[in-house]
Design a protein around this ligand. Structure first.
Ligand code: SAH
Ligand code: SF4
Length: 365
């Protein structure tokens, strides 16, 4: 590692913190803003900040490193999707995906290394929880994405326009950092994203849903439901045991009343498990009560589970049953399928690769 582990990560500081630091270096006040704007608004490395003298850039790099390393990067969908394995803060290895569309560029950010929730179909869940990201580590994924956006096809915007908290981890299980990251994303001197262009996805941790509505009423909410009765849901999504459907629904209804926004329901389509007519009818009733939009996600198979994706025809029938009841439904595109789009898969694969390398090294030695 190029820096001692105690070195602060520049992305963990807000503009005031940078001011205070550079003050102790006896630098004029405008330098702090230059550094902060360079790091966040322009997504520059210190080396690229040519408006700052070389000696100062070298000192910044040594004493206030901006710790955002790309360990692996892949692209798919003719270059419109890019996925990276990032090392943040010199220690946390996570995945981010950026997806370019005609009118928007969306990044899917991670909030934790792994996840403790244990959803049976999820590659991140199969990893267990290794640690929480800091607010700066969460927000700095957008800096990577703004760099990556420069090489997306020319028909997409050049910058990230939308952020979804749908990468590795459960945002509500790392609420403080998630909330501070949402604030950081909106900083007018930095990324300057609108809160309405940010969506937090949760498996249904009720206290977090309550807090999000109070702290960030403009931010969107997606609920990963996946099952519309408690028995099946507890089997697929273990935290349902603590926050069963009735409680979850009450929290989402309160969020909707407070924010005036339409929640979305995420539903991963699993063959012979949650894709039958009965679940469709129960889901339609829930979505109607919540005035929610439903997003059906074709399941990505993961190495740690035998569950299979629903056939395409079943997805269409299920979507049709919801539409027949007047529920707005979209079927999520399979962006990045060729590069293991299901969150956690690239990281699992990288772990396999390094385990293999280790084994080979051990054999060789
Ligand atoms: N922990 C949060 C956010 C991260 S998961 C949550 O669960 O909402 C983001 C979305 O990806 C969730 O809706 C999750 O259910 C879905 N997902 C996880 N594994 C998947 C897989 N193998 N195939 C399809 N979707 C998956
Ligand atoms: Fe965690 Fe979300 Fe995966 Fe469940 S689906 S294990 S909550 S990341």
């Amino acid at each position: 590692m190029p820096y001692p582990s105690w070195t602060v990560n520049a992305y963990d500081l807000d503009l005031e913190d940078v001011h205070r630091r550079l003050d102790t270096w006896a630098l004029p006040a405008y330098r702090a803003r230059q550094v902060y704007v360079g790091l966040w608004a322009r997504a520059d490395t210190y080396e690229e900040m040519t408006d700052i003298p070389g000696a100062l850039r070298r000192r910044l790099d040594a004493e206030l490193p901006a710790r955002l390393e790309v360990l692996m990067e892949r692209s798919a969908d003719r270059g419109a999707t890019r996925k990276a394995l990032l090392r943040l803060g010199g220690r946390h290895v996570i995945e981010s995906v950026v997806m370019g569309y005609r009118s928007r560029v969306t990044i899917c950010v991670s909030t934790q290394v792994g996840c403790a929730m244990g959803c049976v179909f999820c590659a991140t869940g199969q990893m267990g929880l290794e640690g929480n990201l800091t607010a700066g580590e969460i927000a700095s994924q957008v800096v990577w994405a703004n760099r990556a956006a420069r090489s997306l096809p020319e028909w997409t915007p050049r910058r990230v326009t939308n952020v979804v908290f749908m990468g590795m981890g459960e945002p509500m299980a790392n609420y403080r950092a998630t909330s501070a990251a949402i604030v950081r994303l909106q900083d007018p001197a930095g990324l300057a994203l609108g809160a309405r262009h940010v969506t937090v996805s949760t498996v249904g941790l009720v206290p977090g849903i309550r807090r999000l509505g109070v702290d960030h009423p403009q931010v969107g909410l997606a609920i990963s439901l996946h099952a519309a009765d408690d028995e099946l849901r507890t089997r697929l999504v273990p935290p349902n045991r603590w926050w069963p459907l009735a409680e979850l629904e009450a929290a989402v209804a309160a969020w909707r009343d407070r924010t005036g926004r339409r929640p979305s329901i995420e539903w991963t389509m699993i063959d012979g498990t949650n894709d039958d007519d009965r679940q469709a009818a129960l889901l339609a009733a829930t979505a109607r009560r919540l005035a929610a939009h439903v997003n059906l996600i074709p399941m990505n198979p993961t190495p740690g589970s035998d569950l299979r994706p629903s056939p395409r025809s079943r997805v269409q029938t299920f979507a049709g049953a919801l539409r027949a009841k007047g529920i707005p439904v979209t079927v999520r595109d399979t962006r990045g399928r060729a590069i293991d789009a299901a969150c956690g898969q690239l990281r699992l694969e990288a772990a396999d690769v390094s385990a293999e390398r280790g084994a080979r090294r051990a054999e060789a030695g």
